[in-house]
Design a protein. Sequence first.
Length: 406
Amino acid sequence: MKTDSPTGPGTAAITPRWSRWNVYTVLALVPTILVALLLILISPLLRVRFGELASGRIGHFAANTEIYLCERDAGLHGTRNFDFFYHGPSICNRQLQKMWDRSLPVFGFANFVHRVLRRLPGSSTHEIPRRPGRDRDIYGLLSNSEPHISFTAAEEELGRNSLIRLGVPEGSPFVCFHARDTVHLDAAFPGRDWRYQDHRNSSIHNYLPGVEYLTQHGYYALRTSAYVEEPLGARGPGILDYATEGRSDFLDIYLGAKCRFFICDTAGISTIPMIFRRPIAWVNYVPLELAHTSGPHDLFIPKKIWFAKEDRFLSFKEILRSDIGTFALNNQYDELGLEVVENSPQEIAALVKEMDSRLDGSWAGEPEDEELQKQFWSLFRPNEFHGTIVSRIGADFLRKSRTLLE
């Protein structure tokens, strides 16, 4: 009778491969330990540090990295540090990876050295520090510096030709718009329950009146996303559903870098226009206290918080002077009987119109606008998420929310 053997077809193929891997690991470990010890030894004179790029999520991959570079150039990371990086276990966007690899010392071997260093005394000085809110430009450096990544001549040509293929005539102004939904994270990171962040989602259809206004005034508008719940369906001329018709890693970065401005909620893709210094019209922002406030040309409007028990919206002061201003989980709102209410199509359209007119120099506000802005921003407390506040909340939204300032 034929019996199974522990050295059957599958086992015979696997065992030598793992044996070779272990041999290679041991052979690499000895010089790596020597390198790590040398780095610790010379650290009083020259400090070599290591850090993992947050390459799995585009928001952190873009913003954390660019802000680190701005801080480094400003001398905030010291003058005798030499920093090396390695990518995380997953890459969310290959084009962004390629561009960072051109601008940073990124080496796979750095991961190995870093792992060894962590097990040796004195290793903490070889960590690139991760401050709270490290995707926040608390020192206002972005607006006073140039982007640290750029497109090659070949990429510029590819981008121009791709825009034409998408339906945007050469030289025509365009905007991008994006709404966060559950599909993106479910598709990118299957097997994990992401419903705890559902309060951050919004409907792409509420953006359409605003982008229709823009297309009627000479713009093209491209809906962006790597994964979406549903296509746009019926839409006016000049509105392109790029997310379902021609989307690529390259264009995700190129469009965010070249658009006139970007309309979005709190999804990570919003950091692409940020690192390329493009204006952003933030809508449906939540939680309120974490609003980005360092962009001098940025506008935003937040989601409102409905308190069902008292049949009213919470005031801005109630939100910002409590933990509600930083609530990041659905159950935190549910436990207090709070409902997060997304912006209406009319609110979004008003913000889009304001952004367009501010950028072309035709904006004419109302006499009360500056006082309302002062009242609103005076409610923000100093913390690790804000430096000098230079962004603005939408004028029309604030005028119609006077009662929430009381």
